[in-house]
Design a protein around this ligand. Structure first.
Ligand code: WT7
Length: 651
């Protein structure tokens, strides 16, 4: 019988897609049998598994033990000496990739640079020498507040090279936010730019740093890259231009070997209190974790052109721009600006121009592209793509299907990667050459990740029943501490169930073991894939002179995932007005940063509270979502408040 030509079947949200034979054949992990074998080994014999992966990398001195674990403290690759930067850069020059492009960069206005691994080594070496010449030493903390320029990556790598601890602050954060992070990390230096480009306008980075430094006593040096050429104030003795501090520096630098647990970086993230947590990552484990996940999940190979659209200010930019891809020696794209500048086809234009083969972005961006219209995509040839990824929040089936069809041409697997600032590397994700994929699920755990979904009593939940997501065993790229606060580290992550890491996410498993992330269980919002604490926004609101009390909750939003809704009670002599709402929005923007500006503010005569005075956010959440409250309100101190609020949110 003649075989019928198979037309690609219409897929929907229930369809499970297997990778094509061709993709599997060339992939690093080619079959589910191979995945299962490797996974089993990684759980039962983690030392064997991780030692084999680690051997791909360069160790100035080999480890004595792979893992020492006494919950909640892990030591990975103890006894080893290594330099993370040497592994990202020098190793590739030594292995013959000197003239291979490491970073292909596009500035927002359209300027272009290509930096080979050899040039990267020279630039990083010069900057490492410059940092040393400025008196910066191993273990000193250095705050980096930069736009997406290659210098941001160079600065991070140079810190790693000399053993200084970088703390990158996203360029969208305000002066106040920089100040808090400077104080907490006791940074001795700041690396910044005169300004950065964003959607055709400039962001005054140096000016923000100047404001953040008022009253600061620890920072001795500020190094400023000239990006825009705008006029900035340079404080004599403290502020120096990047070009001036590097111009006489040798382009060679010997990478010293550091201990495996030498601190690599601090990255601040929001939690359920008003104070951001400085998540501390260390050297060897983080290096092995980001190397291995990039290799298997993004299936990185010698001739790939990889592009992650995140900003280096977030963990995604650390693990999957600066470290993971460079550890794998691939060519990557770095883009400075907004996705819709000068038009909504900027990303597709870049993919076409450079032949991007692996593309990693966020669901919120995908939803914004859908809204902007297919005509922007249709103009471009995206046939170089072979693999797509998403991160940051659950991806809704409609966005997934569009991404698969419209961007991936129906042929590219999508890796939906679940992880966190704390986990350092992707934890739950398909492997593109073998795992059947389906919209909305991050599918199965990565090697070495022992994940479970537990109920209140610590028992495993039945299939399709949501519970708390926990990780039962340590993994190499796990956080080691909340900077300077072991107690908070222990209480936040390791105290729900003894010896297990609690992620703060709700999740469920289907019968096949696919994991669906339901969302945060704590008071953390996910706005456009960025984590914001309700408590941080509330405390910035109550810091305003007109505000008596505030409660912040999330409301589902078509593009951003979640929108920020604030209920505010004003001080007795203050009259509510639209102008005051605008003032409060801007006030939050000024204190935290533009990403935290509330979407709506409701002035409320009172907030729903328990008799002991605790604000019942659960009721407010339901109210903004459905317009009603059906849950138990018997514990409310004054049930009339709900009726008042129902009317107020209609206004
Ligand atoms: C929180 C971590 C990891 C880099 C970006 C965010 C949510 C992350 C997914 C995903 C569903 C996801 C979780 C997590 N999240 N990835 N693929 N599916 N939810 O890092 O700021 O540390 O936030 O983002 O709620 O806990 P982060």
């Amino acid at each position: 019988m003649k075989k019928k030509a198979t037309k690609s079947p219409k897929i929907n949200e229930n369809t499970e897609l297997k990778p094509s034979k061709e993709f599997s054949k060339n992939a690093r992990v080619k079959s589910m049998a191979q995945y299962k074998r490797m996974y089993k080994e990684s759980i039962e014999k983690p030392n064997t598994f991780w030692a084999r992966e680690a051997k791909d990398l360069k160790w100035q001195k080999k480890w004595d033990s792979v893992l020492q674990w006494k919950a909640p403290n892990a030591k990975w690759f103890s006894g080893a000496k290594l330099n993370v930067c040497e592994n990202c850069v020098d190793r590739h020059v030594e292995e013959g990739r000197g003239n291979k492009a490491a970073i292909i960069w596009e500035g927002e206005p359209g300027d272009k640079r290509v930096i080979t691994y050899r040039q990267l080594l020279r630039d990083v070496s010069r900057f490492a020498n410059a940092l040393t010449a400025q008196g910066i030493k191993a273990k000193d903390s250095v705050l980096i507040y930069m736009p997406m320029t290659p210098e941001a990556t160079i600065a991070m790598l140079a810190c790693a090279r000399i053993g200084a601890v970088h703390s990158v602050v996203f360029g969208g954060f305000s002066a106040e936010s920089i100040k808090d992070r400077l104080d907490d990390s006791k940074a001795v230096a700041v690396i910044t730019c005169d300004a950065g480009w964003r959607r055709g306008s400039t962001v005054p980075l140096k000016e923000n740093v100047d404001n953040a430094l008022k009253g600061n006593k620890t920072v001795k040096t500020v190094i400023v890259q000239k990006r825009i050429g705008n006029e900035v104030k340079m404080k004599r003795g403290r502020d120096k231009w990047w070009d001036d501090v590097t111009k006489d520096m040798p382009a060679t630098h010997k990478p010293k070997g550091f201990n495996a647990e030498h601190p690599l970086f601090i990255l601040y993230t929001s939690g359920s209190t008003g104070k951001p947590k400085g998540i501390l990552h260390t050297s060897a484990g983080y290096m092995v974790g980001t190397y291995t996940t990039s290799k298997y999940i993004f299936d990185m190979k010698e001739d790939d052109v990889y592009w992650c659209t995140a900003d280096v200010g977030w963990i995604t930019g650390h693990s999957y721009i600066t470290y993971g891809p460079l550890l794998n020696g691939v060519t990557q794209i770095m883009y400075e600006g907004a996705p819709n500048y000068p038009d909504w086809d900027r990303f597709w234009n870049i993919i076409e121009e450079y032949g991007v083969s692996i593309f990693y972005t966020a669901p919120t961006a995908i939803r914004a592209f859908i809204k902007a219209g297919d005509q922007h995509v249709d103009k471009h040839d995206l046939s170089s793509l072979r693999l797509l990824g998403t991160v940051g929040e659950p991806i809704n089936p409609a966005a997934w299907l569009w991404y698969h069809e419209k961007i991936g041409g129906g042929r590219c697997p999508i890796v939906d990667t679940w992880w966190q600032t704390e986990t350092g590397a992707a934890m739950i994700s398909p492997l593109p050459g073998c795992t059947p994929i389906k919209p909305g699920t991050a599918t199965l755990p990565f090697f070495g990740v022992d994940v479970a979904i537990l109920d209140e009593n610590g028992n495993e939940c039945k299939p399709n029943t949501p519970g708390k997501l926990v990780i039962k065993k340590p993994w190499p790229s796990m956080l080691r501490n909340i900077y300077g606060d072991k107690k908070r580290y222990k209480d936040t992550y390791w105290s729900d169930y003894k010896g297990y890491y609690t992620a703060g996410d709700g999740a469920l498993k289907d019968k096949k073991g696919n994991i669906y992330i339901v969302g945060r269980l704590d008071d953390v919002l996910n706005v456009s894939g960025h984590r914001l604490g309700t408590a941080e926004i509330e405390s910035s609101l109550v810091a305003h002179k007109s505000v008596a009390e505030a409660a912040v909750v999330a409301k589902p939003h078509e593009v951003k995932g979640e929108a920020i809704v604030c209920f505010v009670t004003l001080k007795t002599n203050i009259t509510p007005s639209p102008a005051l709402k605008t003032e409060l929005r801007n006030h939050v923007g000024k204190i935290i940063g533009a990403i935290a500006k509330p979407d709506s503010i409701h002035f409320a005569p009172a907030l729903p509270k328990t008799r002991s005075g605790k604000i019942m956010r659960r009721l407010l959440k339901e109210l903004v979502k459905t317009g009603n409250v059906t849950g138990n309100i018997t514990t409310l101190e004054d049930p009339n408040v709900i009726e008042q609020l129902k009317n107020i949110i209609k206004e």
